[in-house]
Design a protein around this ligand. Structure first.
Ligand code: ATP
Length: 576
Protein backbone atom coordinates (compact mmCIF):
# COMPACT_ATOMS: atom_id res chain seq x y z
CA UNK A 1 0.00 0.00 0.00
CA UNK A 2 2.90 2.29 0.90
CA UNK A 3 4.22 1.97 -2.65
CA UNK A 4 0.94 3.15 -4.19
CA UNK A 5 0.22 5.78 -1.49
CA UNK A 6 3.56 7.36 -2.42
CA UNK A 7 1.97 8.59 -5.66
CA UNK A 8 -0.83 10.32 -3.73
CA UNK A 9 1.61 12.10 -1.42
CA UNK A 10 2.07 15.23 -3.59
CA UNK A 11 -1.72 15.72 -3.33
CA UNK A 12 -1.84 15.50 0.47
CA UNK A 13 -3.21 19.05 0.75
CA UNK A 14 -6.02 18.32 -1.74
CA UNK A 15 -6.90 15.09 0.09
CA UNK A 16 -7.27 16.96 3.40
CA UNK A 17 -9.30 19.72 1.74
CA UNK A 18 -11.61 17.11 0.20
CA UNK A 19 -12.10 15.53 3.64
CA UNK A 20 -12.70 18.95 5.24
CA UNK A 21 -15.38 19.90 2.69
CA UNK A 22 -17.02 16.53 3.08
CA UNK A 23 -17.19 17.03 6.87
CA UNK A 24 -18.97 20.35 6.23
CA UNK A 25 -21.43 18.62 3.92
CA UNK A 26 -22.17 15.79 6.38
CA UNK A 27 -22.55 18.03 9.45
CA UNK A 28 -24.99 20.30 7.62
CA UNK A 29 -27.00 17.32 6.41
CA UNK A 30 -27.04 15.62 9.77
CA UNK A 31 -28.55 18.66 11.50
CA UNK A 32 -31.53 18.83 9.11
CA UNK A 33 -33.78 16.12 10.68
CA UNK A 34 -33.35 17.78 14.11
CA UNK A 35 -34.37 21.15 12.66
CA UNK A 36 -37.31 19.52 10.89
CA UNK A 37 -38.36 17.90 14.16
CA UNK A 38 -38.18 21.33 15.80
CA UNK A 39 -40.48 22.84 13.13
CA UNK A 40 -42.99 19.96 13.47
CA UNK A 41 -42.74 19.70 17.28
CA UNK A 42 -42.50 23.32 18.38
CA UNK A 43 -43.45 25.51 15.40
CA UNK A 44 -46.47 23.69 13.89
CA UNK A 45 -47.93 22.36 17.15
CA UNK A 46 -47.80 25.79 18.86
CA UNK A 47 -48.71 27.57 15.58
CA UNK A 48 -45.61 29.78 15.99
CA UNK A 49 -45.01 31.13 12.45
CA UNK A 50 -41.99 33.29 13.25
CA UNK A 51 -40.30 30.22 14.86
CA UNK A 52 -41.06 28.18 11.70
CA UNK A 53 -39.57 30.95 9.47
CA UNK A 54 -36.48 31.27 11.67
CA UNK A 55 -35.77 27.51 11.69
CA UNK A 56 -36.59 27.41 7.96
CA UNK A 57 -33.92 30.08 7.29
CA UNK A 58 -31.41 28.11 9.39
CA UNK A 59 -32.25 25.00 7.33
CA UNK A 60 -31.60 26.94 4.09
CA UNK A 61 -28.26 28.20 5.45
CA UNK A 62 -27.20 24.64 6.31
CA UNK A 63 -28.34 23.50 2.85
CA UNK A 64 -26.09 26.21 1.37
CA UNK A 65 -23.15 25.01 3.50
CA UNK A 66 -23.91 21.46 2.38
CA UNK A 67 -23.78 22.55 -1.29
CA UNK A 68 -20.46 24.37 -0.75
CA UNK A 69 -19.13 21.26 1.04
CA UNK A 70 -20.27 18.99 -1.80
CA UNK A 71 -18.76 21.17 -4.54
CA UNK A 72 -15.49 21.67 -2.62
CA UNK A 73 -15.20 17.95 -1.98
CA UNK A 74 -15.88 17.06 -5.62
CA UNK A 75 -13.26 19.54 -6.82
CA UNK A 76 -10.48 18.43 -4.47
CA UNK A 77 -11.21 14.71 -4.67
CA UNK A 78 -11.12 14.90 -8.49
CA UNK A 79 -7.83 16.85 -8.32
CA UNK A 80 -6.31 14.27 -5.97
CA UNK A 81 -7.54 11.28 -8.01
CA UNK A 82 -6.49 12.61 -11.41
CA UNK A 83 -3.12 13.83 -10.08
CA UNK A 84 -2.52 10.52 -8.33
CA UNK A 85 -3.26 8.59 -11.55
CA UNK A 86 -0.92 10.82 -13.58
CA UNK A 87 1.88 10.25 -11.03
CA UNK A 88 1.23 6.53 -10.91
CA UNK A 89 1.31 6.26 -14.71
CA UNK A 90 4.63 8.18 -14.70
CA UNK A 91 6.02 5.80 -12.08
CA UNK A 92 4.85 2.72 -13.97
CA UNK A 93 6.15 4.05 -17.27
CA UNK A 94 9.57 4.76 -15.75
CA UNK A 95 9.63 1.29 -14.22
CA UNK A 96 8.75 -0.34 -17.55
CA UNK A 97 11.59 1.61 -19.17
CA UNK A 98 14.01 -0.18 -16.82
CA UNK A 99 12.63 -3.61 -17.78
CA UNK A 100 14.87 -6.07 -19.56
CA UNK A 101 13.58 -7.86 -22.66
CA UNK A 102 12.92 -10.87 -20.41
CA UNK A 103 10.79 -8.81 -18.00
CA UNK A 104 8.73 -7.59 -20.96
CA UNK A 105 8.43 -11.13 -22.35
CA UNK A 106 7.13 -12.24 -18.91
CA UNK A 107 4.30 -9.67 -18.81
CA UNK A 108 3.38 -9.42 -22.51
CA UNK A 109 3.02 -6.01 -24.14
CA UNK A 110 -0.80 -6.07 -24.08
CA UNK A 111 -0.93 -6.79 -20.36
CA UNK A 112 1.49 -3.95 -19.63
CA UNK A 113 -0.59 -1.51 -21.64
CA UNK A 114 -3.80 -2.60 -19.83
CA UNK A 115 -2.05 -2.10 -16.51
CA UNK A 116 -0.83 1.38 -17.46
CA UNK A 117 -4.25 2.48 -18.74
CA UNK A 118 -7.35 0.59 -17.51
CA UNK A 119 -5.94 -0.50 -14.17
CA UNK A 120 -4.65 2.98 -13.34
CA UNK A 121 -8.02 4.50 -14.31
CA UNK A 122 -9.73 1.99 -12.01
CA UNK A 123 -7.56 3.17 -9.10
CA UNK A 124 -8.10 6.82 -10.06
CA UNK A 125 -11.88 6.35 -9.88
CA UNK A 126 -11.52 4.57 -6.56
CA UNK A 127 -9.55 7.50 -5.11
CA UNK A 128 -12.10 10.02 -6.39
CA UNK A 129 -15.10 8.02 -5.21
CA UNK A 130 -13.26 7.12 -2.02
CA UNK A 131 -12.68 10.73 -1.11
CA UNK A 132 -16.31 11.54 -1.83
CA UNK A 133 -18.29 8.60 -0.58
CA UNK A 134 -15.80 6.77 1.63
CA UNK A 135 -15.55 9.89 3.77
CA UNK A 136 -19.22 10.78 3.61
CA UNK A 137 -20.72 7.36 4.31
CA UNK A 138 -18.81 6.50 7.53
CA UNK A 139 -19.21 10.06 8.86
CA UNK A 140 -22.90 10.02 8.07
CA UNK A 141 -23.21 6.56 9.62
CA UNK A 142 -21.48 7.56 12.89
CA UNK A 143 -23.23 10.92 13.35
CA UNK A 144 -26.66 9.59 12.41
CA UNK A 145 -26.18 6.65 14.77
CA UNK A 146 -25.23 8.99 17.64
CA UNK A 147 -28.24 11.22 16.92
CA UNK A 148 -30.59 8.21 16.73
CA UNK A 149 -29.30 6.83 20.06
CA UNK A 150 -29.57 10.23 21.72
CA UNK A 151 -33.15 10.58 20.46
CA UNK A 152 -34.36 7.16 21.57
CA UNK A 153 -31.93 4.50 22.80
CA UNK A 154 -34.57 1.75 23.08
CA UNK A 155 -35.63 2.13 19.42
CA UNK A 156 -31.96 2.16 18.37
CA UNK A 157 -31.75 -1.50 19.50
CA UNK A 158 -33.37 -2.36 16.13
CA UNK A 159 -30.11 -1.26 14.49
CA UNK A 160 -28.14 -3.73 16.62
CA UNK A 161 -29.99 -6.50 14.78
CA UNK A 162 -30.11 -5.04 11.27
CA UNK A 163 -26.48 -3.85 10.97
CA UNK A 164 -24.80 -7.25 11.66
CA UNK A 165 -27.17 -8.90 9.14
CA UNK A 166 -26.12 -6.36 6.51
CA UNK A 167 -22.40 -6.81 7.33
CA UNK A 168 -22.61 -10.62 7.04
CA UNK A 169 -24.48 -10.39 3.71
CA UNK A 170 -21.98 -7.89 2.34
CA UNK A 171 -18.97 -9.94 3.52
CA UNK A 172 -20.34 -13.02 1.73
CA UNK A 173 -20.86 -11.08 -1.50
CA UNK A 174 -17.31 -9.66 -1.44
CA UNK A 175 -15.78 -13.05 -0.62
CA UNK A 176 -17.54 -14.61 -3.60
CA UNK A 177 -16.98 -11.79 -6.08
CA UNK A 178 -13.28 -11.06 -5.39
CA UNK A 179 -11.77 -13.94 -7.45
CA UNK A 180 -14.24 -13.21 -10.25
CA UNK A 181 -12.99 -9.64 -10.56
CA UNK A 182 -9.44 -10.93 -10.87
CA UNK A 183 -10.56 -13.31 -13.61
CA UNK A 184 -12.30 -10.40 -15.31
CA UNK A 185 -9.11 -8.31 -15.51
CA UNK A 186 -7.26 -11.27 -17.04
CA UNK A 187 -9.98 -11.54 -19.69
CA UNK A 188 -9.57 -7.81 -20.34
CA UNK A 189 -5.84 -8.42 -20.93
CA UNK A 190 -6.76 -11.09 -23.47
CA UNK A 191 -9.19 -8.74 -25.20
CA UNK A 192 -6.64 -5.93 -25.37
CA UNK A 193 -4.00 -8.32 -26.72
CA UNK A 194 -6.41 -9.44 -29.41
CA UNK A 195 -7.32 -5.86 -30.42
CA UNK A 196 -3.69 -4.70 -30.37
CA UNK A 197 -2.43 -7.64 -32.37
CA UNK A 198 -5.18 -7.29 -34.93
CA UNK A 199 -4.84 -3.53 -35.36
CA UNK A 200 -1.04 -3.70 -35.60
CA UNK A 201 -1.19 -6.49 -38.15
CA UNK A 202 -4.26 -5.36 -40.04
CA UNK A 203 -2.35 -5.42 -43.34
CA UNK A 204 -1.35 -9.05 -42.87
CA UNK A 205 -4.91 -9.96 -41.89
CA UNK A 206 -6.31 -8.30 -45.00
CA UNK A 207 -3.71 -9.68 -47.38
CA UNK A 208 -4.46 -13.22 -46.16
CA UNK A 209 -8.21 -12.49 -46.23
CA UNK A 210 -8.36 -13.65 -42.62
CA UNK A 211 -10.89 -11.04 -41.40
CA UNK A 212 -13.52 -13.70 -40.66
CA UNK A 213 -11.01 -15.89 -38.82
CA UNK A 214 -9.78 -12.95 -36.74
CA UNK A 215 -13.37 -11.89 -36.10
CA UNK A 216 -14.21 -15.32 -34.71
CA UNK A 217 -11.06 -15.25 -32.56
CA UNK A 218 -12.03 -11.82 -31.22
CA UNK A 219 -15.65 -12.90 -30.59
CA UNK A 220 -14.29 -15.80 -28.53
CA UNK A 221 -12.23 -13.49 -26.30
CA UNK A 222 -15.08 -10.98 -26.14
CA UNK A 223 -17.54 -13.73 -25.09
CA UNK A 224 -15.12 -14.86 -22.40
CA UNK A 225 -15.04 -11.30 -21.02
CA UNK A 226 -18.84 -11.06 -21.20
CA UNK A 227 -19.28 -14.39 -19.37
CA UNK A 228 -16.86 -13.41 -16.61
CA UNK A 229 -18.66 -10.06 -16.26
CA UNK A 230 -22.01 -11.87 -15.98
CA UNK A 231 -20.60 -14.23 -13.34
CA UNK A 232 -19.55 -11.22 -11.25
CA UNK A 233 -22.76 -9.27 -11.90
CA UNK A 234 -24.89 -12.28 -10.90
CA UNK A 235 -23.43 -12.03 -7.41
CA UNK A 236 -23.24 -8.25 -7.14
CA UNK A 237 -26.97 -7.84 -8.02
CA UNK A 238 -27.88 -9.38 -4.64
CA UNK A 239 -26.33 -6.42 -2.87
CA UNK A 240 -29.09 -3.88 -3.56
CA UNK A 241 -32.15 -6.10 -2.77
CA UNK A 242 -30.55 -7.30 0.49
CA UNK A 243 -29.87 -3.69 1.50
CA UNK A 244 -33.38 -2.54 0.55
CA UNK A 245 -34.94 -5.44 2.42
CA UNK A 246 -32.89 -4.65 5.53
CA UNK A 247 -33.76 -0.96 5.28
CA UNK A 248 -37.48 -1.50 4.81
CA UNK A 249 -37.60 -4.07 7.63
CA UNK A 250 -35.86 -1.60 9.96
CA UNK A 251 -38.31 1.19 9.07
CA UNK A 252 -41.32 -1.11 9.59
CA UNK A 253 -39.87 -2.13 12.96
CA UNK A 254 -39.38 1.54 13.95
CA UNK A 255 -42.95 2.37 12.92
CA UNK A 256 -44.25 -0.65 14.88
CA UNK A 257 -42.32 -0.08 18.11
CA UNK A 258 -42.10 3.71 17.78
CA UNK A 259 -45.85 3.86 16.98
CA UNK A 260 -46.71 2.02 20.20
CA UNK A 261 -44.43 4.42 22.15
CA UNK A 262 -46.31 7.37 20.56
CA UNK A 263 -49.64 5.75 21.52
CA UNK A 264 -48.40 5.33 25.12
CA UNK A 265 -47.19 8.96 25.11
CA UNK A 266 -43.48 8.12 25.74
CA UNK A 267 -42.46 9.44 22.30
CA UNK A 268 -43.75 12.43 20.32
CA UNK A 269 -44.48 12.24 16.55
CA UNK A 270 -41.80 14.82 15.68
CA UNK A 271 -39.06 12.78 17.39
CA UNK A 272 -40.26 9.61 15.66
CA UNK A 273 -40.11 11.38 12.26
CA UNK A 274 -36.57 12.56 13.03
CA UNK A 275 -35.66 9.04 14.19
CA UNK A 276 -36.94 7.54 10.92
CA UNK A 277 -34.87 10.09 9.01
CA UNK A 278 -31.75 9.07 10.94
CA UNK A 279 -32.45 5.37 10.38
CA UNK A 280 -32.80 6.18 6.73
CA UNK A 281 -29.43 7.99 6.76
CA UNK A 282 -27.71 5.12 8.62
CA UNK A 283 -29.00 2.48 6.25
CA UNK A 284 -28.36 4.61 3.17
CA UNK A 285 -24.75 5.13 4.25
CA UNK A 286 -24.41 1.39 4.79
CA UNK A 287 -25.82 0.78 1.34
CA UNK A 288 -23.37 3.24 -0.19
CA UNK A 289 -20.56 1.65 1.81
CA UNK A 290 -21.51 -1.74 0.42
CA UNK A 291 -21.20 -0.36 -3.10
CA UNK A 292 -17.82 1.12 -2.22
CA UNK A 293 -16.64 -2.21 -0.86
CA UNK A 294 -17.54 -3.81 -4.17
CA UNK A 295 -15.75 -1.07 -6.05
CA UNK A 296 -12.71 -1.45 -3.81
CA UNK A 297 -12.81 -5.21 -4.39
CA UNK A 298 -12.73 -4.54 -8.10
CA UNK A 299 -9.95 -1.98 -7.68
CA UNK A 300 -7.93 -4.38 -5.54
CA UNK A 301 -7.53 -6.63 -8.61
CA UNK A 302 -6.11 -3.61 -10.47
CA UNK A 303 -4.04 -2.66 -7.42
CA UNK A 304 -2.42 -6.11 -7.35
CA UNK A 305 -1.64 -5.96 -11.06
CA UNK A 306 -0.06 -2.51 -10.73
CA UNK A 307 1.94 -3.65 -7.74
CA UNK A 308 3.24 -6.62 -9.75
CA UNK A 309 4.77 -4.16 -12.22
CA UNK A 310 6.21 -1.90 -9.50
CA UNK A 311 7.61 -4.88 -7.58
CA UNK A 312 9.16 -6.58 -10.58
CA UNK A 313 12.80 -7.29 -9.98
CA UNK A 314 14.62 -6.08 -13.06
CA UNK A 315 16.78 -9.08 -13.90
CA UNK A 316 19.32 -7.06 -15.84
CA UNK A 317 20.91 -4.35 -13.80
CA UNK A 318 24.28 -2.76 -13.32
CA UNK A 319 26.69 -4.68 -11.13
CA UNK A 320 27.83 -2.72 -8.08
CA UNK A 321 31.36 -2.64 -9.52
CA UNK A 322 30.22 -1.52 -13.00
CA UNK A 323 31.86 1.63 -14.35
CA UNK A 324 30.82 4.11 -17.01
CA UNK A 325 32.82 3.93 -20.20
CA UNK A 326 33.12 6.98 -22.43
CA UNK A 327 34.23 5.39 -25.66
CA UNK A 328 35.02 1.74 -26.16
CA UNK A 329 37.51 0.55 -28.76
CA UNK A 330 35.26 -2.15 -30.18
CA UNK A 331 37.06 -5.47 -29.67
CA UNK A 332 34.47 -8.15 -28.90
CA UNK A 333 35.22 -11.66 -27.67
CA UNK A 334 32.82 -14.51 -26.88
CA UNK A 335 34.34 -17.09 -24.50
CA UNK A 336 32.44 -20.37 -24.06
CA UNK A 337 29.14 -18.54 -24.19
CA UNK A 338 25.94 -20.55 -23.73
CA UNK A 339 22.50 -19.05 -23.55
CA UNK A 340 18.90 -19.95 -22.70
CA UNK A 341 15.96 -17.53 -22.65
CA UNK A 342 14.63 -19.31 -19.63
CA UNK A 343 16.67 -21.25 -17.09
CA UNK A 344 13.90 -23.85 -16.79
CA UNK A 345 14.00 -24.35 -20.54
CA UNK A 346 15.62 -27.67 -21.65
CA UNK A 347 16.76 -26.45 -25.02
CA UNK A 348 19.97 -24.41 -25.11
CA UNK A 349 19.67 -21.59 -27.66
CA UNK A 350 23.42 -20.97 -27.97
CA UNK A 351 26.08 -23.47 -26.98
CA UNK A 352 29.73 -22.93 -26.35
CA UNK A 353 30.23 -19.94 -28.65
CA UNK A 354 33.84 -18.82 -29.07
CA UNK A 355 35.15 -16.13 -31.41
CA UNK A 356 36.94 -12.82 -31.38
CA UNK A 357 36.13 -9.71 -33.43
CA UNK A 358 38.95 -7.16 -33.64
CA UNK A 359 38.33 -3.42 -33.71
CA UNK A 360 37.01 -2.35 -37.10
CA UNK A 361 36.32 -5.87 -38.34
CA UNK A 362 33.13 -6.86 -40.11
CA UNK A 363 31.77 -10.09 -38.67
CA UNK A 364 28.93 -11.71 -40.57
CA UNK A 365 26.64 -14.34 -39.10
CA UNK A 366 24.79 -16.69 -41.38
CA UNK A 367 22.65 -19.75 -40.66
CA UNK A 368 19.18 -21.22 -40.96
CA UNK A 369 16.12 -19.70 -39.33
CA UNK A 370 16.04 -20.28 -35.60
CA UNK A 371 19.76 -21.12 -35.50
CA UNK A 372 20.31 -18.40 -32.87
CA UNK A 373 21.74 -15.50 -34.91
CA UNK A 374 19.56 -12.76 -33.34
CA UNK A 375 19.99 -14.28 -29.90
CA UNK A 376 23.76 -14.12 -30.29
CA UNK A 377 23.95 -10.44 -31.21
CA UNK A 378 21.39 -9.43 -28.57
CA UNK A 379 23.87 -10.58 -25.92
CA UNK A 380 26.39 -7.87 -26.94
CA UNK A 381 24.40 -4.81 -25.70
CA UNK A 382 23.13 -6.97 -22.78
CA UNK A 383 19.54 -7.12 -24.01
CA UNK A 384 19.77 -10.57 -22.43
CA UNK A 385 22.53 -11.91 -20.20
CA UNK A 386 24.61 -15.00 -21.02
CA UNK A 387 23.66 -18.15 -19.12
CA UNK A 388 27.29 -19.26 -18.88
CA UNK A 389 30.64 -18.13 -20.25
CA UNK A 390 31.55 -14.51 -20.78
CA UNK A 391 31.60 -11.76 -23.36
CA UNK A 392 34.54 -9.39 -23.28
CA UNK A 393 34.66 -5.93 -24.81
CA UNK A 394 38.14 -4.44 -25.02
CA UNK A 395 39.23 -7.34 -22.79
CA UNK A 396 36.74 -6.51 -20.02
CA UNK A 397 33.62 -8.46 -19.13
CA UNK A 398 30.39 -6.76 -20.28
CA UNK A 399 29.13 -6.59 -16.73
CA UNK A 400 32.06 -4.34 -15.79
CA UNK A 401 30.42 -1.57 -17.84
CA UNK A 402 27.22 0.22 -16.84
CA UNK A 403 24.41 -0.85 -19.14
CA UNK A 404 23.70 2.72 -20.24
CA UNK A 405 27.26 3.53 -21.21
CA UNK A 406 27.66 0.14 -22.91
CA UNK A 407 24.52 0.62 -25.01
CA UNK A 408 25.55 4.19 -25.84
CA UNK A 409 28.55 2.65 -27.57
CA UNK A 410 26.51 0.21 -29.62
CA UNK A 411 24.29 0.98 -32.59
CA UNK A 412 21.72 -1.64 -33.35
CA UNK A 413 19.26 -2.16 -36.15
CA UNK A 414 16.91 -4.85 -34.92
CA UNK A 415 15.23 -7.37 -37.16
CA UNK A 416 11.90 -5.72 -36.43
CA UNK A 417 12.66 -2.13 -37.42
CA UNK A 418 10.52 0.53 -35.83
CA UNK A 419 10.07 4.16 -36.71
CA UNK A 420 8.14 6.55 -34.51
CA UNK A 421 5.52 9.06 -35.50
CA UNK A 422 7.30 12.32 -36.32
CA UNK A 423 9.32 13.73 -39.21
CA UNK A 424 12.14 11.83 -40.93
CA UNK A 425 14.54 14.30 -39.30
CA UNK A 426 13.09 13.55 -35.83
CA UNK A 427 13.41 9.84 -36.47
CA UNK A 428 17.03 10.09 -37.58
CA UNK A 429 17.93 12.45 -34.72
CA UNK A 430 16.59 9.84 -32.35
CA UNK A 431 19.94 8.08 -32.93
CA UNK A 432 21.85 11.18 -31.83
CA UNK A 433 19.94 14.12 -30.41
CA UNK A 434 22.87 16.49 -30.99
CA UNK A 435 23.34 15.63 -34.65
CA UNK A 436 23.60 18.60 -37.02
CA UNK A 437 21.72 18.75 -40.32
CA UNK A 438 24.98 18.01 -42.18
CA UNK A 439 25.56 14.89 -40.10
CA UNK A 440 21.97 13.75 -40.66
CA UNK A 441 22.35 14.14 -44.43
CA UNK A 442 25.70 12.35 -44.40
CA UNK A 443 24.25 9.38 -42.48
CA UNK A 444 21.24 9.26 -44.81
CA UNK A 445 23.56 9.33 -47.85
CA UNK A 446 25.64 6.46 -46.43
CA UNK A 447 22.52 4.44 -45.78
CA UNK A 448 21.38 5.18 -49.37
CA UNK A 449 18.34 6.98 -48.00
CA UNK A 450 19.08 10.58 -49.03
CA UNK A 451 17.81 10.26 -52.61
CA UNK A 452 14.43 8.82 -51.75
CA UNK A 453 14.03 11.28 -48.83
CA UNK A 454 14.63 14.18 -51.22
CA UNK A 455 12.06 12.62 -53.57
CA UNK A 456 9.35 13.33 -50.99
CA UNK A 457 7.81 16.82 -51.33
CA UNK A 458 8.73 17.68 -47.73
CA UNK A 459 12.17 16.05 -47.80
CA UNK A 460 13.57 15.53 -44.30
CA UNK A 461 10.40 17.10 -42.85
CA UNK A 462 8.20 14.35 -44.30
CA UNK A 463 5.88 13.04 -41.62
CA UNK A 464 6.25 9.38 -40.74
CA UNK A 465 3.08 7.75 -39.48
CA UNK A 466 3.15 5.51 -36.40
CA UNK A 467 5.24 2.41 -37.10
CA UNK A 468 6.46 3.89 -40.39
CA UNK A 469 3.54 2.58 -42.45
CA UNK A 470 3.86 5.30 -45.10
CA UNK A 471 7.34 4.26 -46.26
CA UNK A 472 8.27 1.02 -48.02
CA UNK A 473 9.96 -1.88 -46.20
CA UNK A 474 13.31 -1.15 -47.88
CA UNK A 475 13.03 2.61 -47.19
CA UNK A 476 12.21 1.90 -43.55
CA UNK A 477 15.27 -0.35 -43.26
CA UNK A 478 17.52 2.34 -44.76
CA UNK A 479 16.15 4.99 -42.39
CA UNK A 480 16.83 2.67 -39.44
CA UNK A 481 20.40 2.08 -40.68
CA UNK A 482 20.93 5.85 -41.05
CA UNK A 483 19.58 6.33 -37.53
CA UNK A 484 22.09 3.80 -36.16
CA UNK A 485 24.97 5.24 -38.22
CA UNK A 486 24.26 8.72 -36.90
CA UNK A 487 25.25 7.43 -33.49
CA UNK A 488 28.74 6.76 -34.92
CA UNK A 489 29.07 3.81 -32.58
CA UNK A 490 32.27 1.80 -32.05
CA UNK A 491 30.11 -1.34 -32.43
CA UNK A 492 27.29 -1.64 -34.96
CA UNK A 493 24.87 -4.55 -35.17
CA UNK A 494 22.69 -5.03 -38.22
CA UNK A 495 20.23 -7.86 -37.70
CA UNK A 496 18.91 -8.83 -41.12
CA UNK A 497 18.44 -5.13 -41.73
CA UNK A 498 18.94 -5.05 -45.49
CA UNK A 499 16.66 -7.98 -46.33
CA UNK A 500 14.18 -5.68 -48.12
CA UNK A 501 16.87 -3.67 -49.92
CA UNK A 502 17.87 -4.66 -53.45
CA UNK A 503 21.33 -6.17 -53.93
CA UNK A 504 22.78 -3.14 -55.77
CA UNK A 505 21.70 -0.67 -53.06
CA UNK A 506 22.91 -3.07 -50.38
CA UNK A 507 26.30 -3.13 -52.10
CA UNK A 508 26.43 0.68 -51.95
CA UNK A 509 25.59 0.64 -48.23
CA UNK A 510 28.39 -1.87 -47.65
CA UNK A 511 30.84 0.35 -49.54
CA UNK A 512 29.78 3.33 -47.43
CA UNK A 513 30.33 1.25 -44.31
CA UNK A 514 33.84 0.28 -45.33
CA UNK A 515 34.84 3.93 -45.78
CA UNK A 516 32.91 5.86 -43.14
CA UNK A 517 32.76 3.15 -40.47
CA UNK A 518 36.20 1.63 -40.95
CA UNK A 519 36.95 1.78 -37.22
CA UNK A 520 33.56 0.36 -36.26
CA UNK A 521 33.29 -3.31 -35.40
CA UNK A 522 30.26 -4.39 -37.38
CA UNK A 523 28.12 -7.48 -36.93
CA UNK A 524 25.92 -8.30 -39.89
CA UNK A 525 23.26 -10.95 -39.85
CA UNK A 526 22.13 -11.77 -43.35
CA UNK A 527 20.52 -14.51 -45.36
CA UNK A 528 22.27 -13.76 -48.67
CA UNK A 529 25.86 -14.90 -49.27
CA UNK A 530 26.33 -11.71 -51.33
CA UNK A 531 25.66 -9.68 -48.18
CA UNK A 532 28.39 -11.42 -46.18
CA UNK A 533 31.09 -12.45 -48.61
CA UNK A 534 33.22 -9.33 -48.08
CA UNK A 535 33.19 -9.72 -44.30
CA UNK A 536 36.46 -10.23 -42.44
CA UNK A 537 34.94 -13.17 -40.61
CA UNK A 538 31.87 -15.23 -41.29
CA UNK A 539 30.30 -17.29 -38.52
CA UNK A 540 28.12 -20.16 -39.67
CA UNK A 541 25.56 -21.05 -37.01
CA UNK A 542 23.51 -24.22 -36.83
CA UNK A 543 21.24 -25.13 -33.93
CA UNK A 544 22.99 -22.62 -31.68
CA UNK A 545 26.50 -23.93 -32.41
CA UNK A 546 29.27 -22.50 -34.54
CA UNK A 547 29.85 -24.96 -37.36
CA UNK A 548 32.07 -22.73 -39.45
CA UNK A 549 34.29 -19.68 -38.94
CA UNK A 550 36.45 -17.99 -41.53
CA UNK A 551 36.46 -15.82 -44.62
CA UNK A 552 34.21 -16.46 -47.60
CA UNK A 553 37.01 -18.16 -49.52
CA UNK A 554 38.10 -20.31 -46.57
CA UNK A 555 34.57 -21.45 -45.82
CA UNK A 556 33.78 -22.09 -49.45
CA UNK A 557 36.78 -24.37 -49.61
CA UNK A 558 36.39 -26.30 -46.40
CA UNK A 559 33.00 -25.81 -44.78
CA UNK A 560 30.18 -28.13 -45.81
CA UNK A 561 27.34 -26.07 -44.31
CA UNK A 562 28.55 -22.86 -45.96
CA UNK A 563 29.00 -24.64 -49.28
CA UNK A 564 25.45 -25.91 -48.99
CA UNK A 565 24.04 -22.41 -48.40
CA UNK A 566 26.20 -21.04 -51.23
CA UNK A 567 25.17 -23.76 -53.69
CA UNK A 568 21.47 -23.41 -52.87
CA UNK A 569 21.65 -19.65 -53.49
CA UNK A 570 23.61 -20.12 -56.71
CA UNK A 571 20.97 -22.60 -57.95
CA UNK A 572 18.22 -20.11 -57.15
CA UNK A 573 20.02 -17.38 -59.11
CA UNK A 574 20.56 -19.68 -62.13
CA UNK A 575 16.89 -20.76 -62.04
CA UNK A 576 15.82 -17.13 -61.81
N1 ATP B 1 12.16 -13.95 -26.60
C1 ATP B 1 12.30 -15.27 -26.75
N2 ATP B 1 11.90 -16.10 -25.77
C2 ATP B 1 12.06 -17.44 -25.90
N3 ATP B 1 12.60 -18.04 -26.97
C3 ATP B 1 13.01 -17.27 -27.99
C4 ATP B 1 12.88 -15.83 -27.93
N4 ATP B 1 13.38 -15.33 -29.09
C5 ATP B 1 13.80 -16.39 -29.83
N5 ATP B 1 13.59 -17.54 -29.17
C6 ATP B 1 13.95 -18.89 -29.64
O1 ATP B 1 15.37 -18.94 -29.80
C7 ATP B 1 15.74 -19.68 -30.95
C8 ATP B 1 16.71 -18.84 -31.79
O2 ATP B 1 15.99 -17.69 -32.24
P1 ATP B 1 16.73 -16.50 -33.01
O3 ATP B 1 15.74 -15.43 -33.23
O4 ATP B 1 17.98 -16.18 -32.30
O5 ATP B 1 17.08 -17.22 -34.38
P2 ATP B 1 17.57 -16.57 -35.74
O6 ATP B 1 18.68 -17.44 -36.20
O7 ATP B 1 17.86 -15.13 -35.58
O8 ATP B 1 16.28 -16.79 -36.64
P3 ATP B 1 15.78 -15.95 -37.91
O9 ATP B 1 16.80 -16.06 -38.98
O10 ATP B 1 14.52 -16.64 -38.27
O11 ATP B 1 15.57 -14.56 -37.42
C9 ATP B 1 14.45 -20.05 -31.65
O12 ATP B 1 14.18 -21.40 -31.35
C10 ATP B 1 13.41 -19.17 -31.03
O13 ATP B 1 12.19 -19.85 -30.93
Amino acid sequence: MKKIAYYLKPYKKEVWLAIFFMCLDVLSEIIQPQLMAAIVGKGIQSKNLSYIVMIGIIMIIFSGISIIGGIGNSKFSAKSGVGFAANLRKGLFSKVQTFSFKNIDDFSTASLSTRLTNDVTQLQNTVIMGLRICVKAPLMFIFALLMAISLNASLAVILAIVIPVIIIALGTIIYKVMPLFQKLRKCLDGLNASVQENVTNVRVVKSFVREEYEKQKFYGTNDKLMKSSFEAINIVIFNMPIMMFAMNSAIVAVLWFGGSQVIHGTLDVASMTAFINYIFMILMSLMVLSMIFIMVTQASASYKRILEVLNTVVDLEDEASAKDVELIQGEVEFKNVSFKYNLEQDETILENINFKAHKGEVVAIIGGTGSGKSSLVQLIPRLYDVTSGEILIDGKNLIDYTIESLRNNIGMVLQKNTLFSGTIRDNLKWGNLNATDEEIIEAAKNAQAHDFIMGFPDGYDTWIDQGGVNVSGGQKQRLCIARAMLKKPPILILDDSTSAVDTATEGKIRTAFSTTLKDTTTFIIAQRISSVQDADKIIVLEDGKIVGLGTHEELLESNEEYQEIYNSQQRKEVNA
